[in-house]
Unconditional design. Sequence first.
Length: 102
Amino acid sequence: MRAVGIDLSAEQLGKARERWPGVAGLELHRADALTHLEHFAHPEHGPDEDPAAVKRWDFEPDAWALMLTEHGYVDVSASVVAPPPGNRRAGTLFVRGVNGGR
């Protein structure tokens, strides 16, 4: 299995690497998710520059699902996973899609 995680935050990626070390097939990338996914849907159009900082919830889950579907991804789902018990209030945006061209 191959799983790809994408985040603009180097700190969040570091936490993910600490939480899931040695998971086979896990790839973590620092990038803007839509730009990164567009590269895989249309390889001739790669990202032109480093990702800019954006607010955490730039798009709602339904908007992510629609964008991926419009770019040829299938079996698309997007949801917010509730935070664990404790001080955290923000959940984790989880978006999944299979490249329809592969």
